[in-house]
Write a protein that binds this ligand. Structure first.
Ligand SMILES: NC(=O)c1ccc[n+]([C@@H]2O[C@H](COP(=O)([O-])OP(=O)(O)OC[C@H]3O[C@@H](n4cnc5c(N)ncnc54)[C@H](OP(=O)(O)O)[C@@H]3O)[C@@H](O)[C@H]2O)c1
Length: 232
């Protein structure tokens, strides 16, 4: 399968590139011009298209012929970066391509997620301060996912918990709603977040789902079994 990874030079993106190569996929990577050097370790193994991830011309070329598109949705700046990226992917991806997007637990699909007071406060304060300094626009990431949820494409929105570095613990477990007991530990290895994204490309049970994930070795995952995870 040919897959496009949008936002490939970041931490999550590079892990996704490696997982995709490990599965024998052909990889087309999109990253900002100034970040191309961050992909040097993959030289000769992937095709890199430099450009902002909301550049519609770049995305149109990058996703052509791809059976899967993995997109790192980031709310940087005040120019609708996340929604521009999502819209370009929705508009130009092949009609039957699997579209996998990353975001955090703060995104809710049906409003049934239950957040701790600490989480709500953190998102509110971070969002307000970041917006004040015009660095990050969380509302635009919400708009991006709203458009994805409304799309009839074969999308999956993977909602990551807090992240840590470290060796893989295997495929994270997931549940439909933040607040479900299996997710209580709120911690996933970044390498495994990437693994879940790449694995989702071939998972029919995740089509038009917004799984919230947590590390499979985390205390809450161990205490509550496999949750709604249906992977092998
Ligand atoms: N960090 C967390 O704790 C956390 C928790 C849950 C979910 N997530 C989700 O995980 C995904 C990856 O996030 P991450 O925090 O781990 O970071 P990351 O993988 O390092 O990705 C950051 C991305 O943002 C790009 N970027 C950085 N500065 C930018 C700017 N000024 N303008 C445009 N793009 C810029 C980077 O591109 P360059 O390589 O070009 O700089 C890179 O593609 C996101 O979807 C996030 O919502 C993160």
């Amino acid at each position: 399968m040919k897959v496009c990874i949008i936002g490939a030079s970041g931490k999550l993106g590079k892990y996704m590139v490696q997982h995709a190569l490990d599965r024998g996929y052909e990889v087309v990577a999109v990253c900002r011009e100034q970040s191309v050097g961050k992909l040097d370790e993959f030289k000769g193994q992937i095709t890199v298209l430099p450009g902002d991830t909301d550049d519609r011309g770049v995305i149109e070329r990058a996703v052509r012929g791809c059976g899967g598109v993995l997109t790192v949705l980031v709310p940087w700046g005040m120019k609708h970066y996340a929604s521009g990226t999502a819209q370009a992917v929705l508009d130009f991806a092949e009609p039957d391509a699997r579209l996998i997007f990353s975001c955090g637990w703060h995104i809710t699909r049906d409003g049934k997620d239950v957040y701790t007071t600490q989480h709500r406060l953190m998102v509110k304060v971070f969002g307000a301060v970041a917006k004040l300094f015009r660095l990050v626009d969380l509302d635009d990431q919400i708009e991006a996912t709203r458009r994805i949820f409304e799309s009839d494409k074969e999308w999956t929105v993977v909602r990551g918990s807090d992240l840590e570095e470290g060796e893989s613990q295997g495929l994270p477990v997931w549940s439909r709603h933040v607040g479900d007991p299996i997710l209580e530990s709120n911690l996933t290895r970044r390498i495994d977040f990437a693994l879940f994204m790449v694995d989702a490309l071939t998972r029919d049970d995740l089509v038009q789902e917004a799984p919230a994930i947590v590390g499979r070795q985390s205390p809450s995952a161990l205490a509550h079994g496999q949750g709604e995870q249906r992977a092998a």
